[in-house]
Design a protein around this ligand. Structure first.
Ligand code: ZN
Length: 247
């Protein structure tokens, strides 16, 4: 399978991508660069244990611009916002040194209640300031349906609330919402070919423990935390179904 030819942006709107430096948000950035005339990125520093991913953001942006001159022309400013209040809310394995496990309520203890609602609200305010009318996020119901603020209905409700509250139409796009992790690898391959998937393996961050070594065929990380396991199995599944062993 060869990379899908990148078509000229067919949507003149400006988009703001919630960009963490992980696999999902990098796939979303590629998706947005393929569609929109102008694409900016926003990241949040909330005291996450895997803060190392924030340092991955700019190298990924630069590498993606280097993959495709159209993407380079469309890629705009990056914004990094301090949301330390998330860490102050406490009691999450995402921001504290605790073992990652499932809680009695069926949610992983990496769950930070309302985190994505906060992110979307802040991103929408920034989008307003930057004259962007589309927010793109990597929220996903598949695989990790444990996060209620990532569900499609939550996002649809947020789109209405934010559009009303800002008195301007705002579209929330979640291209990964119903994709498995294997399908996310397939999406990035369709958008940027083997070069983009190699970039994702090498430069993006997923590991909850913040580990960047060793480099596996599926990416960097400890190889045993839930985020690493999900990424590893998704990549293996994609390889099985695509025959893209070299990617
Ligand atoms: Zn890990």
């Amino acid at each position: 399978m060869t990379a899908a030819a990148t078509h000229p942006a067919h949507d003149s709107r400006h988009a703001l991508v919630l960009f963490s430096g992980g696999q999902d948000s990098t796939a979303c950035l590629a998706w947005a660069l393929d569609r929109y005339a102008h694409v900016e990125t926003v990241g949040f520093d909330y005291g996450q244990r895997h803060r190392v991913e924030l340092g991955c953001r700019e190298p990924i942006r630069q590498a993606m611009a280097g993959l495709n001159p159209d993407w380079a022309a469309r890629l705009g400013d990056d914004h990094l916002l301090d949301l330390g209040i998330v860490g102050q809310l406490g009691n999450s394995a995402l921001t504290e040194e605790r073992a990652i496990q499932m809680d009695d309520n069926g949610l992983p203890n990496t769950f930070v209640p309302g985190r994505n609602l906060l992110f979307l609200t802040v991103a929408a305010a920034l989008a307003y300031r930057r004259a962007a009318s589309v927010l793109v996020g990597g929220m996903c119901e598949t695989d990790y349906s444990g996060y209620p603020d990532c569900r499609d209905n939550t996002l649809k409700a947020m789109q209405v609330a934010l559009s009303l509250g800002l008195a301007t139409p705002l579209t929330l796009e979640t291209p990964l919402m119903f994709l498995t992790k294997a399908q996310t690898w397939a999406l990035s391959h369709a958008l940027g070919g083997a070069a983009l998937n190699r970039l994702i393996v090498d430069l993006t961050h997923t590991c909850y423990l913040g580990e960047r070594e060793p480099l596996h065929s599926w990416g960097r990380g400890c190889g045993s935390c839930p985020a690493c396991l999900l990424r590893k199995s998704g990549h293996a599944s994609w390889l099985r179904h695509s025959g893209e062993g070299a990617a």
